[in-house]
Design a binder for this molecule. Structure first.
Ligand code: ZN
Length: 278
């Protein structure tokens, strides 16, 4: 078995930041293809029609039968491509855990789409949004190799997961781990931040050879050290949150320590959320 990683760039979700490095106001999404002799399994899709078409063309270039798309968590930027994928690869099954499938139903609902996704990506969201189906098993099978679904609790959202591929000692991390990118923390609390960091410590115990983050700086390798990096970032955020009074102070203190991470808009969103600024 082999794996391959694809990425697309898109503008940040939070675009009203007070100041910061203008050249970093973007984020990359990744999708990972697990490739066996004749079959393949895709982990996650993208948000816009055009991005998902790029993904489809890339998957096609491997010349394998796509059996499953696994969705790591319920955020739209990871599953809005499922309808296009189903059309492009007849017979493919789109699956996720029960929690992710339920969260995806909400994200794909008319309220979330018109109030959030369409505002950020006007005219670019697929017309037909198909949430994944709940998977009864805790693993997928790719030509006899196990792809294990690991439930990780609250990461950047509730009921997150990663895929552990023992054969490759690979973690396909979804949004449980970030690579050189400010994590999305707008759904986080002090308690969930701790839970998230503890999950990352546990994932390190598997001693992976590679870790693919759902959002990465494409210039960076899929180095396992991003597990420790993300945990340290979250703990630093918690510590600085306790030592600062305003969103501006927290933002400035974190940015000083992480001046070149992608997507500072995400940090600004996190700082506002932590200080309860509307
Ligand atoms: Zn994401």
């Amino acid at each position: 078995m082999e794996y391959a990683v694809h990425h697309v760039r898109r503008p940040s979700m939070t675009r009203d930041l007070p100041y910061g490095p203008q050249d970093l106001l973007w984020v990359a999404n990744t999708a990972t293809l697990l490739v066996a002799e004749s079959d393949a399994v895709l982990v996650d899709t993208y948000v816009t029609v055009e991005q998902n078409q790029q993904l489809i063309d890339w998957v096609r270039s491997f010349g394998r039968r796509l059996t499953h798309v696994y969705v790591t968590h319920g955020h739209g930027d990871h599953f809005f491509g499922l309808g296009q994928i189903a059309e492009a690869f007849p017979g493919v099954r789109a699956v996720a855990t029960e929690a992710t499938a339920a969260a995806a139903e909400v994200q794909a609902g008319p309220d979330m789409v018109s109030s959030f996704w369409e505002r950020l990506f006007p005219g670019q969201i697929p017309a037909q949004l198909t949430p994944p189906q709940p998977l009864a098993d805790d693993h997928l099978d790719l030509e006899g190799q196990r792809l294990e679904i690991v439930e990780t609790g609250f990461s950047d959202t509730a009921g997150s997961t990663v895929v552990w591929v023992p054969d490759l000692r690979l973690i396909v991390g979804g949004d449980v781990v970030y690579n050189d990118t400010h994590p999305y923390q707008s759904e986080s609390t002090a308690a969930t931040r701790q839970e998230w960091a503890a999950t990352l410590d546990r994932l390190r115990e598997r001693d992976p050879a590679a870790v693919v983050a759902g959002h990465k700086n494409p210039a960076q390798p899929d180095d396992p050290r991003i597990l420790a990096d993300t945990a340290a970032y979250l703990r630093e955020f918690a510590e600085l949150d306790a030592r600062t009074a305003t969103a501006e102070e927290l933002y400035a203190a974190m940015l000083e320590r992480h001046p070149r991470r992608l997507n500072p808009g995400s940090l600004w969103g996190a700082a506002k959320q932590a200080k309860q600024v509307p």
